[in-house]
Design a protein around this ligand. Structure first.
Ligand code: DC
Length: 235
């Protein structure tokens, strides 16, 4: 099943969206968080949406192969958003998640659930709707990170960044965060799925973060936004 990738009236012209895509540990989160603070944007980590759903589906003992059970479990979940500072955090049935989303069980299962069209179409309207949440809360735009933001969620976003880094550097970053993560395997699954795979969106600006410090990555991304006419927020 293909998800709609045609331009919608969800973002540009109304509220600038900064779409930040890339593989695991490519530097997306640090960059998106920093840009959100610098430009007063609402930061959305869509990876946490897939992790939170995976957590709920695992708790409900639903297997990704059991399409009927996945659909039935999704139909019972209600999504909301809590805004903490510049951070939009997904709520499922009123619950906000923490470190439990970063554990090994979820690292291993999340790509399989994220490959399911039912899961992706469940999240799509929620993720697009966050532009309205940002506007309603007085933010100047969205800094949304993930795998399909510039290709599917906001294909008409005025700023589309794609972050890359070599596998050794990415594994070292995850180990430095004290996490065990099968980065290569997840990237393989995320890039090869049929629905909304991890791709470099046409026209996106690529930043290779391998030999850059995170500060340098943020500065490169911020410069792209300033060059594109987005003014930094007043200090
Ligand atoms: O960014 P992350 O490592 O927390 O993402 C967890 C998983 O969620 C990742 O393996 C793929 C999936 N994901 C996705 O399919 N689409 C997104 N927009 C974001 C994440």
């Amino acid at each position: 099943m293909d998800l709609p990738s045609t331009p919608s009236n969800h973002s540009p012209g109304r509220l600038p969206v900064v779409a930040i895509d890339g593989g695991a540990a490519s530097g997306k989160s640090t960059t998106a968080q920093a840009l959100a603070r610098m430009f007063h944007l609402l930061h959305v980590d869509t990876g946490s949406h897939y992790r939170a759903l995976t957590h709920c589906l695992l708790q409900a003992k639903v297997a990704p192969e059991d399409e009927a059970a996945v659909n039935s479990a999704l139909g019972k979940l209600s999504l909301g958003t809590r805004v903490d500072g510049h951070e939009a955090r997904i709520e499922i049935d009123g619950h906000v998640f923490g470190d439990e989303l970063r554990g090994e069980a979820i690292n291993q299962a999340v790509s399989r659930f994220a490959a399911l069209p039912a899961v992706r179409s469940f999240l799509l309207p929620y993720q697009r709707g966050l532009a309205g949440t940002a506007a309603g809360r007085g933010f100047r735009g969205l800094a949304m990170e993930g795998r399909d933001i510039g290709s599917v969620i906001f294909p008409d976003a005025p700023f589309r960044l794609f972050l890359e880094a070599d596998p050794t550097t990415r594994a070292r970053r995850r180990a430095g965060q004290g996490q065990t993560d099968t980065i290569g395997e997840r990237d393989r699954l995320d890039s090869s799925r049929a629905t909304a795979p991890l791709v470099r969106p046409p026209g996106a600006t690529v930043i290779d973060t391998t030999h850059l410090t995170l500060g340098e990555v943020v500065e490169a991304a911020a410069e792209i936004l300033r060059q594109g006419g987005l003014a930094p927020a007043a200090a």
